[in-house]
Design a protein. Sequence first.
Length: 82
Amino acid sequence: AQAGEQEAGFGKRHAFLVFAFTTGLREGMESIVFLIGVISDFKDPSYVSSLPIPIIVALVMSCICGCIFFQGTKKMRVEHFM
């Protein structure tokens, strides 16, 4: 019975991590599909060369916002949400 309790505890502790990871993955895949749609509509290929700049800026900004959010919520007690 104790092994089952440990497995349930593991799942309960990591549920938020799995949820956040899958949500971020889904949003990232949506962004990729959107960018592919935008790139395929360009008639002039010179515009495609300017796309890496906003993509890189978006990745850097999302990493910065994620780190700030993580640091800000690191001491938050999650018992209220379980």
